[in-house]
Every structure is written in C-alpha cells, then in structure tokens.
Design a protein around this ligand. Structure first.
Ligand code: GAR
Length: 200
C-alpha cells in the first residue's frame, strides 16, 4: 500500500521540495502534508504550488510549554495519518514523549557527518576544526538529538577558503539527492544505510 509522508519544515523547504518531487510513478510513498512551526516559512508556498496540503502550528504562543506545542503538532499530524514523518529543516527540538509516538517512523536530515557536530552551526564547526570533509546524514529520529540510527550519508571536501556559506552551498545539493534516496528505501522497508557515491 502506498505510504503517506508528512514533511515538517521551518524555512525555505528545499529538502521538502526534493522529497515531494521524488514521490511519483512507482515510488512507494506520496506526500500527505507539509507542516511548519513558522507561518511565514517559504516552503509552505512551495508545498501549496506542488498541490500538497499545508498546516502551521506556531510554537511561539506556547512559550515554554513544549508539551502544549507538541500536543497541537501531534493532533495536526495525526489528522493526516502519515506512515512516515520527514523532518526537513525543522528547527524545533522534539521531546522523548513526542518522538515515542512516532517511533521508527520519523526521519531527519542533518548537515554534518554524524556523529560529528550534532546541533547547530555544523559547517562552521567543521571548518574551524580543520576537517578535510563535511557532509550530511539522514537518520532515524530518537529521543536524543541528532543521534538515531544512520540511514544514509553523503560527503564532500572542505576546500581552502571555504566559509560556512560556500560549504553549505556544496552540501545542500547532496542533501537533495540523499534524502529522497533514503526515503524511497525506507518506504520500501529497507533500513540499510546508504552511502552515496563519492562517500566511504
Ligand atoms: C538543511 O541544510 C538541513 O540539513 C538543515 O537545515 C537546512 C534546511 O534547508 N537542518 C538542520 O540543521 C537540522 N538540525 P531547507 O529548508 O532548504 O531544506
């Protein structure tokens, strides 16, 4: 049966677009919802242009009430009945309680070669550390931040003179290849890690 995929975003949504565009033909999944915690997220208009239902649950009115925010998020998600949730530049930390509700069904893309550089400012940290390469990782979401089982990685060199922006510009297209490739396998029940050509 075709799997239903909800995609959570906070910003421009370029990974969301790559995922959504990949789900056609004999792909085992289809997008059912794009949801954002930011009403002005650029990705929402892109999702609507792609004919995908959108929803917004703004985190700000909830202040420190994370459980309240997540209850609303869960309600909106549950209404769309997704089989798989893809976090795609969704910049809110999710609690163990929320994650447990979607255990084994939630993926995330992170712009580093995990387990290196969990959290923010990944490219700046890789450059500062003098690393020779950087990359991106798709992983299953667990209660620990950026820590679940790795489902795929792609890597690229860090070049002399790179800034966080030039490195991000080199990594983002890799994200757009890696995430759809991993999602397709995951929707088919294949959780074997995928290392894109050029990576180890
Ligand atoms: C992507 O680079 C993604 O890896 C990163 O945010 C960007 C979103 O771009 N995610 C994180 O940093 C999660 N911790 P997009 O909105 O164009 O897909």
């Amino acid at each position: 049966m075709t799997k239903r995929v909800a995609i959570l975003i906070s910003g421009g949504g370029s990974n969301m677009v790559a995922l959504a565009r990949s789900m056609h033909g004999n792909h085992p999944a289809r997008p059912c919802l794009v949801m954002s915690n930011v009403a002005g997220a650029g990705g929402l208009a892109k999702a609507r242009d792609l004919g995908i239902q959108t929803a917004v649950v703004d985190h700000r009115p909830f202040g420190k009430d994370r459980a309240g925010f997540e209850a609303e998020l869960h309600k909106a998600l549950a209404a769309a009945a997704p089989d798989i949730i893809c976090l795609a530049g969704f910049m809110r930390i999710l609690t163990a309680d929320f994650v447990s509700k979607w255990n084994g069904r939630m993926l995330n893309i992170h712009p580093s070669l995990l387990p290196k550089y969990k959290g923010l400012h990944t490219h700046a940290r890789a450059i500062e550390a003098g690393d020779g390469e950087a990359g991106c990782t798709v992983h299953e979401v667990t209660a620990s931040l950026d820590d679940g089982p790795i489902l795929g990685q792609a890597r690229a060199p860090i070049l002399p003179g790179d800034t966080p922006d030039t490195l991000a510009a080199r990594i983002l297209p890799l994200e757009h290849s890696l995430y759809p490739a991993v999602l397709r396998r995951f929707a088919d029940g294949d959780r074997t890690p995928l290392f894109l050509p050029g990576s180890d």
